[in-house]
Design a protein around this ligand. Structure first.
Ligand SMILES: Cc1cc2nc3c(=O)[nH]c(=O)nc-3n(C[C@H](O)[C@H](O)[C@H](O)COP(=O)(O)OP(=O)(O)OC[C@H]3O[C@@H](n4cnc5c(N)ncnc54)[C@H](O)[C@@H]3O)c2cc1C
Length: 460
């Protein structure tokens, strides 16, 4: 645990220790703004994140489709935050009373130290959210998530692998399960993932002598009466019609009841043998929030003021998916900001400005942002958008989706690379290989050394 006592005596001329927990939207942008705003020697900014990169999640579906390389969907923290210290590790607890975050890193676990304490003067807690799972039998064993670049690429490989299995089996049960793809959750993560993967898989069947695009069954399961609430009812209805036109089986007001033994049972009585069950049914705050002595609301989010301070505290700040931030621009009183990237990025700017102001003894500002709207892709050349009260669909919405996200992805370097990849993918044929073997890099060598590869023979 902490080996450095709480510093309550920071006086003029001392360096403020700012500890940012999380290297996502809020963590990256807060640290970036702080390193720009604070004078050299004024503060020591440290970012703790389990990954050395920030993931631009809206591009995950394009990475899964093979339109963007995985490494261009992520932003290296060390390169962007060149005036900060980046610690690749996981915060496991926060004692704000002691001004200490407990952290573990791969090195501390390996050398036997276990966890260690990192003291701070100012804390920015931004660990984001995790998938909101339900106690559905079989989900933990067979469900696939779609929040990280590893999951997106794993899913791409998995889908192509199912085509290989289907193409080479004579067993009708194996064939049916391999060619049935179930996605649970009709928010933008689920819809964009399904639409892009369906497009990619349908295209890939051209290269199989015994498979056709019509042989693939894609099912979208959504408990509510509509999908994509972010783009409004009219555009949500359009998205349902468009997906159904493409033979996607959209089940509204339907829940996944169980998926034991790789068979999905839906609440409308449908039984779907499937080897692919993607779960994108909402998020909940990162469990780290529960391991702090900071105030939380009923949903488990950190209770924040509009100044992005954790309520009732000094020197603790939060924003993004893990924080309950008042939405001052909303018509209803007491409304909170929804967990999305638009708020996260803008909150980070206010947060950094307020930390700077507080260090300089200046007044703090409040976070206020009127939501501009949302855009969602429905696969290549198809999309829906609701922006500043205007509705767009089809190609214009898809183009807007690309332009918007290109303008938003951090760093000029990433923008240029993504643009180059989009241009090239328009000129050449899609990539159709599964590199699932990348997940088992030692398999070839182990096999040569006489050991069975993980997952059994043929799993390389
Ligand atoms: C597939 C997908 C598509 C999306 N598309 C859109 C979109 O089109 N538009 C939109 O507005 N929003 C979109 N979102 C939502 C948006 O990505 C989130 O709202 C946003 O990432 C929230 O920012 P954050 O900083 O709070 O969390 P994140 O960006 O998730 O960052 C959290 C960070 O904390 C780190 N962390 C986690 N645990 C710990 C720990 N114990 N210690 C230290 N660090 C930790 C994580 O590794 C990560 O770096 C999408 C989300 C997904 C999953």
């Amino acid at each position: 645990m902490a080996d450095t006592p709480r510093d309550t005596t920071r006086g003029a001329g001392t360096v403020a220790r700012i500890l940012v927990v999380g290297g996502g939207y809020v963590g990256l942008y807060t640290a970036l703004w702080l390193q720009r705003k604070l004078r050299a020697g004024e503060a020591a900014i440290t970012v703790v994140s389990p990954d050395p990169y920030m993931t631009y999640q809206p591009f995950l579906s394009e990475a899964a489709a093979g339109n963007i390389s995985p490494r261009h969907v992520v932003v290296p923290l060390r390169r962007v935050l060149d005036a900060c210290t980046v610690v690749v590790g996981e915060a496991t607890a926060v004692s704000h009373a002691e001004r200490t975050v407990t952290v573990r890193t791969a090195a501390s676990m390996e050398d036997g130290t276990g966890t260690f304490g990192m003291p701070y003067d100012e804390l920015v807690l931004a660990p984001g959210s995790v998938a909101r799972t339900l106690p559905v039998p079989g989900l933990a064993e067979h469900g696939l998530g779609f929040r990280t670049v590893e999951e997106a690429i794993g899913l791409r490989n998995h889908v192509i692998e199912q085509l290989d299995i289907a193409s080479s089996t004579r067993d009708p049960d194996v064939l049916e399960a391999a060619l049935t793809f179930v996605v649970v959750g009709g928010g933008y993560a689920g819809v964009e993932a399904l639409a892009e993967l369906q497009d990619m898989a349908a295209y890939t069947t051209r290269y199989y002598h015994n498979l056709k695009a019509e042989d693939l069954r894609w099912v979208l399961v959504e408990p509510e009466a509509r999908i994509l609430p972010e783009v409004g009812e009219e555009m949500g209805d359009y998205a349902v019609r468009e997906l159904r036109r493409r033979n996607v089986d959209v089940r509204l007001e339907t829940r996944l009841v169980s998926c034991e033994g790789r068979v999905a049972h839906l609440s409308d009585g449908t039984v779907l043998p499937t080897r692919t069950l993607v779960w994108t049914a909402g998020v909940r705050p990162n469990p780290l929030v529960g391991a702090t002595d900071l105030p939380r609301d009923a949903e488990g989010r950190l209770v924040c003021t509009a100044q992005l301070r954790v309520a009732g505290t000094e020197h603790a700040w939060a924003a993004g998916d893990a924080a309950a931030v008042p939405d001052l621009a909303a018509a209803e009183e007491g409304a909170l900001c929804v967990p999305d990237a638009q708020h996260a990025v803008r909150q980070a700017k206010t947060l950094a400005a307020n930390i700077t102001a507080s260090l300089h003894g200046q007044p703090l500002g409040e976070y206020r942002h009127a939501h501009a709207g949302s855009v969602a892709s429905l696969g290549l050349h198809e999309g829906v958008a609701y922006v500043h009260g205007r509705r767009l669909k089809g190609y214009p919405a898809w183009l807007l989706h690309r332009v918007y996200h290109l303008s938003r992805v951090p760093t000029f370097n990433r923008k240029a690379r993504v643009l180059a990849e989009w241009t090239l993918s328009g000129l050449f044929k899609r990539e159709i290989v599964s590199l699932g073997s990348l997940e088992h890099p030692r398999a070839e060598f182990e096999s040569a050394a006489g050991r069975e590869p993980p997952g059994g023979p043929g799993r390389r």
